[in-house]
Write a protein that binds this ligand. Structure first.
Ligand SMILES: O=P(O)(O)OP(=O)(O)OP(=O)(O)OC[C@H]1O[C@@H](n2cnc3c(O)ncnc32)[C@H](O)[C@@H]1O
Ligand SMILES: [Mg+2]
Length: 200
């Protein structure tokens, strides 16, 4: 069975990749655990697609392995799609989940925004050395709560309430999150694309 290396520096993401892909006929391993020198890839793109392709391509080439990477983030309608591709470093380069959440809540308060609708977006990219990169996309719609609720998950999960639920992703936890999330949707499609590639 072929091993696909999950190329991310984010521990929350690694856990979700493992949970979502468990039980499938692909063997996955964290690239960070496999190599000794996993250096960050600078995310110079202005779209999720550009950054996902950049990460997958760079890691595949650097380590000569089949890798899967995602670029993801939160788009808040009342903030014209911010934080978007800057989600990880919205409040600064030190990448603090807490400071990022604070910035979103403060900006929405300052705007007195009635519309708190938002979506999580995930672009998944699969790369093998020397081959064309494959991408898929997933979205999860919801709204930004007035305050943090719950302790599970990572990133903006404590302030994101998905459509159809009264709780935030942090309150709902991984079982529900991994059924409905942007990452799940993008991975579902990627598994389909990869199995077509293998059989075709
Ligand atoms: O680039 P890698 O190494 O994968 O790790 P990263 O954390 O920098 O990942 P991104 O560049 O894709 O930035 C995504 C940010 O968007 C947020 N985010 C993405 N998916 C999320 C999720 O499922 N729940 C909560 N926040 C999420 C979170 O702040 C992430 O740090
Ligand atoms: Mg990143």
């Amino acid at each position: 069975m072929k091993t696909i290396y999950v190329a991310t520096t984010n521990k929350g993401k690694i856990k979700e990749f493992e949970q979502i892909l468990s039980g499938l006929s692909v063997e996955i391993e964290s690239l960070q655990d496999h190599v000794t020198n996993m250096e960050d890839v600078e995310e110079t793109g202005v779209t999720f697609e550009e950054n996902a392709v950049l990460k997958a391509k760079t890691y595949a080439k650097r380590h000569n392995l089949a890798v899967i990477a995602d670029d993801s983030g939160l788009e808040v309608d009342a903030l014209n799609g911010e934080p978007g591709v800057y989600s990880a470093r919205y409040a600064g380069e030190e990448k603090s989940d807490d400071a990022n959440i604070e910035k979103v809540l403060t900006k929405l308060d300052e705007k007195n925004a009635d519309d708190r609708s938002a979506a999580f977006v995930c672009v998944m990219a699969y790369a093998e050395p020397g081959e064309e990169v494959l991408t898929t996309k997933g979205k999860c719609h919801g709204k930004i709560t007035n305050e943090r609720r719950g302790i599970k998950g990572f990133g903006y999960d404590p302030i994101f309430q998905p459509d159809g639920y009264d709780q935030t992703l942090s309150e709902l936890g991984s079982t529900v999150k991994n059924e409905i999330s942007h990452r799940r949707m993008a991975l579902n499609d990627m598994v389909k694309v990869l199995s077509e590639k293998v059989s075709g």
